[in-house]
Design a protein around this ligand. Structure first.
Ligand code: HEC
Length: 121
């Protein structure tokens, strides 16, 4: 019962965040419609393992992979395969099946994440 209450509370909180426009990994701009917020997506889904500044923690620093092509970065995040042919350890989620922000990641979300990582020093 407690767990159910907690789950409902979390869902309500997330719904509230979405309504308020502060969560869910998206910001709305007049010029472009809904653009995924790479920084918010990173903070919610990646920072816990790769560090707040992507400098590495449980997972490696993402400086090197930020420089990969969009297709290579997408493949690593979705399927856990790197451009040099490595299969990433199972700790790294396969976001194609794990989902990002509650649903399979869209290419726009992946592009936003990748672009955000490139802005980090
Ligand atoms: C539960 C922990 C965890 C989460 C959450 C996580 N990762 Fe990882 N990630 C790892 C670990 C551990 C590795 C290293 C695996 C290996 O080398 O075998 C890794 C590896 C990677 C790599 C390959 C880096 C390289 O240079 O080889 C990329 C890219 C990556 N993660 C991106 C992401 C992104 C983007 C997110 C969020 C959408 C994310 N990860 C979320 C744990 C995590």
């Amino acid at each position: 019962m407690l767990a159910l209450a907690a789950a409902l509370g979390t869902a309500a909180y997330q719904a509230g965040e979405r309504l308020a426009g502060t969560g869910g990994g998206a910001v709305v701009t007049a010029a472009t419609g809904t653009v995924p917020d790479g920084g918010a997506l990173y903070a919610a889904s990646c920072a816990g393992c790769h560090g707040a500044d992507a400098g590495g923690a449980l997972g490696p620093a993402l400086r090197a992979s930020a420089a990969w092509s969009g297709a290579d970065f997408t493949q690593a995040v979705l399927e856990g395969r790197t451009p040099d042919g490595r299969t990433l350890g199972a700790v790294m989620p396969r976001f194609a099946t794990a989902g990002l922000d509650g649903a399979p990641p869209t290419q726009a979300q992946l592009d936003a994440l990748h672009a955000y990582l490139k802005t980090l020093p």
